[in-house]
Design a protein. Structure first.
Lengths: 437, 437, 437
């Protein structure tokens, strides 16, 4: 467990210069070395999670139309910036409020991030420094907003999206996170969510669902009762996105061990990798049967489904269970996509199916496969509580933005594409593009 | 050397929860810290090798035609899944059978992967846990099949390829691996292959050669005695693939030290990087002279040739030798590509030249540059033995599949491209594509 | 500070085999474990910096025209090879000449790289081995030449560029580096440049400026007093490049701590990430105001501007200052691009604005935000000294090459594109391209 403390405002950084570098200190203890390896692993996990933002970018841009590519790239670059900066200003202190947490529901430890000398040593936590703690968690924060980005793509107004994301990632995500990882009421109740099937993925997924409902489907998606596929324009870059997300997940799950403990981190690597592999096989078999062609975008989403599915219980289910959880996630994601389309919920990249549907599945799977320490009822209570508040908050936010400045571009803007309409810049000016599919 | 042991079936994973996290334990020893840093490095190497699959994907998709891009992406996603899952079910226990190895040729320690409490501590190996061992080696396994994928691209039936890959990676690769890394007859004989010039790359390369022979060339490649280049459709993504493979090779070779030993790992980084750099220069100079234009795809393959070439001896040749080995590999790969084309062996991405030809070169180079501890005769015996069995097994497999369900798509399917024929999904639906070159 | 020593010529590498692996040694000390974790982190930083070359590749190829893509890919693959090999032959011994440094300005410790047994242990440096030192610094070297590549793109002759790069990276970069990191006169004077805002980025940027002046603008860029934008042809791959550069920067700055010291490395991660995030926001707000459309390529350059800006002082400014430095860099880069265009200095990717302008900004920012240990006057003296010598040397080199073999392709070659003119190979042969914009 991480130490929660009231932190002093940032010291003049020059003080850092004066600190003896551990590497050069006269006497090195085994504790020093262990602290260094733990902290190094957590920083490695941090840059892996950072790269997931590149993965989301590839996935979203590849699975949508060429005429909206610049817009999607712009949004993804903005979100990582907004996520990190708001986390520095308010998010971290909302999510880990320490003694300020009132009734297990809400707490705030103050604006800005800072440290005291203890924050730089193992006295803060044997696993990492204060700064590592902040930056690792900060990389998670933006993820929730990124998930929304894919679902609302190709029709949301840029400014409206940026406003929504800023508020959601600055306030909603961290407060909801404090319920569990900040030591709040669900943590006290025995809820278990190792790396965030619910806290990160379904929190993003609920907002994606709210956005899709408020926006409505893209023009031409559902016409006269038929569902018309709007294919992604660049499949190689979407698959690159999938590989980068899987790559980053080794940090997302592996870093959630919160130390370099050899047994735990290596076990989590195995369950994470096998669940993703099984997700591919699950989606492949399902789509080959259901669609009668093996569908590459479904296989891609199958890998991600397996990863979201294993995230809640990566350290507490057996290796065999991780394969079953991933396999099931790969099947579930295909049917979820079909079902959402039947309900005319237009999600261009399948974000809701991957992150919400499989986030719920993964959270419940802890109750099913995690052994007697975990209760499926508690897991269900948490799923429902997160659903109610995350979906509700996102709905209120989207409706408020709609009322004030609108959320959707005009029909003309949607037809010519957001790249010209919003940015006056095509993503592929040298290529002959069909933009009026 | 890794400890080989009979492993108990998987313990209920919940037991893991009860283990004291090393990071939080009361007394930390220097051995604990060293075990943690070793294991952390091996997990970092694992995620680097994982990313090589993204590299292969980029390379193959970029160096082939747009009309087959979806198919290639699909195959590469499938292979990593098949590789990891079969390695969990049978591969790991075939490759490292421990006491079950009979006569140094074949052994099997049982289905599934599991662990006993020792597998989670330095008692298993001071360099890594059982799970790290499994997942690091598992990432290697799929590589062999991926090498085949590039060579047989643009004309192999999807189902036939998936069946071949599954059997080759599940059975042939691990049994051949046990001859050396599993402590088998070649290991006892003094053969040396540090990270797999032969065990991984040429094992993949021999199967690629068998596939190319059984399939025959693509339509339009060799017409009336002339060789017609069929250019790759997306060079930037192919070059991204090369960079990712090089990046991953720091884990492939660096992780083959099997610990974080500072002297060995840093030395291997240097020989690996310089061989790749020299491979680029070797291929550049050769192609500029031979083709009279500097050829970007040859330079790309020159880097990979240098990497394959240094893989067998990265830890036992001098830095100057690593440059010579890489330079020679860069020259060799160009002539190998020319020669294969002369023999009408159509390998769209140059996989045979990179992985087989330079895999052999690298293996022999240990005998030439590695000093008196190594015998070129032993290296040659190993090359020949691996060649006979790997090529033979792949040939039998491909011919058996051909006899039962066929291996090649129809002429019509090949002309319209496998994306429509096999997947009913174009990779670039928004772009104007020339598909009938 | 790293130990500077005269190194013996390379030992036969087989000696390495005889060394006891630290991991398997009988008695492990805490110093051993700390040495292993330090060295492991430095090798991780090394592969991160390596990946920046993939990032530069993506950025440059994406922000230029499709008809020059093969050429740009070729150049970027060549540069990493040239950079590493020349660094092995002369660069490392020019940059870190140790006792050979004469008057703080120039020194050379001999051709080639080698080591003595001490180079493999903590006796060399508690933070890394000799080989780690070499390969980490070697990855930096090529960066300077890569920066030039983007600025001179789409009109420079391939052979001229390769000659320039080889000389600049082999001789100019390391000698200039020795002034500070090699313990030279600026180091003695109290100049501070943590990871290379000046030593790497502006050294590259000055050469880029010289190249742009000698070459002149691309055809059609400045016509009858108007500035005509020549859009990049593949925005997704440019954005991938930006993400990879940011990713690599965690190693560029994080590795410049020269150990895995938890306090310093984690602090540098935070300032690096927040400066990049703030750079995005700074560029976004500026471009939205100035251009009235939010400009995706400017936002991309804003992130890089923030990263270059924080590089000089990442370990000595406060977190709040890092945000201000990044924000300012994001504003500065937009105006720098506008100004250079006004002066008809045609830099296709904005390399001069990102690396030179913001490199100067970051160097001065140490004097402004770094506290009383740093003098803005000293920082200015260093900026001016580096500018005079780097720009002067690059100018002389470019003019000499121009006099002997020419630096610019013919007008016809420029119009049809360098891919056909220099390489006889299109990057996207399957796509309908507009090549005569």
């Amino acid at each position: 467990m991480r130490l929660l403390r009231k932190l002093l405002p940032a010291l003049p950084a020059v003080l850092l210069v004066g600190l003896p570098a551990v590497a050069g200190a006269q006497e090195v203890t085994a504790e020093d070395a262990m602290f260094a390896v733990n902290n190094t692993w957590m920083l490695v996990a941090t840059f892996l999670v950072f790269l997931m933002h590149m993965g989301f970018t590839g996935l979203e841009v590849g699975l949508t139309q060429a005429k909206n590519a610049t817009n999607i790239l712009f949004k993804n670059m903005s979100i990582i910036a907004i996520g990190l900066l708001t986390y520095a200003v308010v998010g971290f202190n909302l999510m880990y409020p320490g003694d300020f947490l009132i009734g297990g529901f809400f707490g705030f430890a103050g604006f800005g991030v800072g440290t005291d000398p203890d924050g730089l040593t193992a006295a803060y936590d044997p696993g990492y420094t204060y700064w590592t703690d902040f930056i690792f968690q900060g990389m998670f924060a933006a993820t929730a907003a990124t998930i929304v980005s894919g679902a609302v793509a190709e029709r949301i107004k840029l400014s409206s999206f940026l406003i929504f994301s800023t508020i959601y990632v600055a306030l909603v995500y961290p407060v909801l996170g404090s319920w569990q990882w900040g030591g709040g009421w669900l943590d006290q109740m025995g809820f278990y969510d190792f790396a965030g099937s619910t806290l990160v993925h379904s929190v993003g997924g609920w907002a994606a669902l709210a956005g899709v409902i408020v926006l409505g489907p893209r023009i031409g998606k559902y016409v006269n009762g038929t569902i018309r596929p709007i294919r992604g324009h660049n499949l190689p870059i979407a698959v690159f996105g999938m590989f980068l997300l899987w790559f980053g997940w080794f940090g997302f799950n592996g870093g959630s061990v919160l130390s370099a403990d050899p047994a735990d981190v290596s076990f989590v690597f195995v369950t994470t990798a096998l669940a993703a592999a099984a997700g591919i096989i699950g989606a492949m078999l399902t789509t080959w049967t259901v669609h009668d062609h093996p569908d590459a975008t479904m296989v891609l989403n199958g890998a991600l489904a397996g990863l979201v599915g294993i995230t809640a219980g990566a350290d507490v289910v057996s290796v065999m269970s991780s394969i079953i959880i991933g396999l099931a996630a790969g099947v579930i994601v295909v049917f979820s996509v079909i079902l959402l389309d039947k309900w005319k919920l237009d999600d261009p990249v399948g974000a809701i199916s991957v992150h919400l549907t499989c986030g719920i599945w993964g959270t419940l799977a802890v109750g099913i496969f995690g052994g007697s320490d975990f209760s499926i009822v508690t897991q269900l209570i948490a799923v429902a509580s997160y659903g109610a508040v995350a979906f509700g908050a996102a709905m209120v936010l989207f409706l408020a933005i709609k009322a004030v400045i609108g959320v959707r571009v005009t029909e003309d803007e949607e037809r010519i594409g957001l790249d010209i309409a919003e940015h006056n810049m095509e993503a592929y000016p040298d290529f002959q593009i069909f933009s009026n599919r």
